[in-house]
Design a binder for this molecule. Sequence first.
Ligand SMILES: NC(=O)C1=CN([C@@H]2O[C@H](COP(=O)(O)OP(=O)(O)OC[C@H]3O[C@@H](n4cnc5c(N)ncnc54)[C@H](O)[C@@H]3O)[C@@H](O)[C@H]2O)C=CC1
Ligand SMILES: O=C(CO)COP(=O)(O)O
Length: 368
Amino acid sequence: MKAHASQAHQPAGRKVTVFGAGSWGTALALLLASNGHAVTLWARRAQVAEHIRRTRHNPTYLPEVELPASIQVTAELREAAVAREVWIVATPAQAVRALAEQLRPWAHPALIIVSVAKGLEIATLKTTTQVLAEVLPIVPRERIGVLYGPSHAEEVAAGMPTTVVASAPSCAVAEEIQELFMAPTFRVYVNPDLIGVEIAGSVKNVLALAAGMSDGVGFGDNAKAALITRGLAEIQRLGVRLGADPSTFAGLAGIGDLVVTCMSRHSRNRYVGEQIGRGRTLEEVQQEMQMVAEGVPTTAAVYRLARELGVEMPITEAVYQILFEGKKPREAVRELMAREAKYEDWLPRSTDTAPPNGVAASETTSSR
Ligand SMILES: NC(=O)C1=CN([C@@H]2O[C@H](COP(=O)(O)OP(=O)(O)OC[C@H]3O[C@@H](n4cnc5c(N)ncnc54)[C@H](O)[C@@H]3O)[C@@H](O)[C@H]2O)C=CC1
Ligand SMILES: O=C(CO)COP(=O)(O)O
């Protein structure tokens, strides 16, 4: 693995396109341009691209951020996609398949694709790199990775210190992604456990909704700590069932992103949860938001996936019932607290600490 910590940044000057001019696409385009890459930012709407070209500001997302003239901005897919070395996919997760289908004519075997969209596709329960690999088979699977981790766009755009994880099936490709983004205020680690990183980064949004609901209802720090800790346990159970390395969940993509999303004032998922906790409906909250809260569709996907795989995810189940079945948050918490007594499920077990009769041991060891 390369040691970047003490290296001065070396601009690599690669031809990169960021697809999606929302908050994250805008912040990453800025970061990549300041790293010396030749950056194109693709916006879905022509008038948005035109506005950014004219004013160098995105009218809707991070409007205070000035985008340098070196960033080419377009709404034309061909112009954005053709003859590029790297594509960054920064749309909502549910839009990745349709975008990839449109991009097919310009994909090539030397391309690297980096998904920064966090979520699972509702229709197929696939991660975004699985969707991209399926739609773009000309790009070798090992060249499709992610950049995930605790990274709110507002802070990245303001140059505040941020650390994330680059992951891909090939470590060499993950290191290329690392090198692309690594900057004085943006430190990138490599984690080769792609499925673990993707599950961690996607499912934490469900738990951020739960954390927001807890805030909205008026619960305190104890409840938030419980949601983060027990939430991580259920994210890890799902990830490990899908083949992830358990240690990924103790890293930046796991506990790191879960903590920031459950705690941050910038988190859209936490915000949506908070509004619902205060008694508003999901429809009301989503209607007034211009931004995506990935946890909402991902809750539906994870709920189904967990059932299909027989993985116990009680908090996710509660969030699903609140979002889609009208359950009241307080009622869901009452039910979570009244679950059977258990052993905490990721402590090392030894024969002389076997659970006493009458206290149910967690099932999670067997589901790992
Ligand atoms: N905002 C953040 O701090 C971070 C966001 N992410 C992830 O990045 C992805 C994008 O998020 P944001 O940029 O924050 O969202 P956003 O809500 O700020 O912007 C979404 C962008 O996607 C575009 N879009 C919406 N539907 C589309 C479609 N069907 N086809 C093409 N484009 C479409 C919108 O026009 C907008 O430009 C999400 O998966 C999010 O979880 C990841 C890390 C940080
Ligand atoms: O993924 C994120 C931070 O790492 C962004 O979270 P929100 O979508 O909840 O704002």
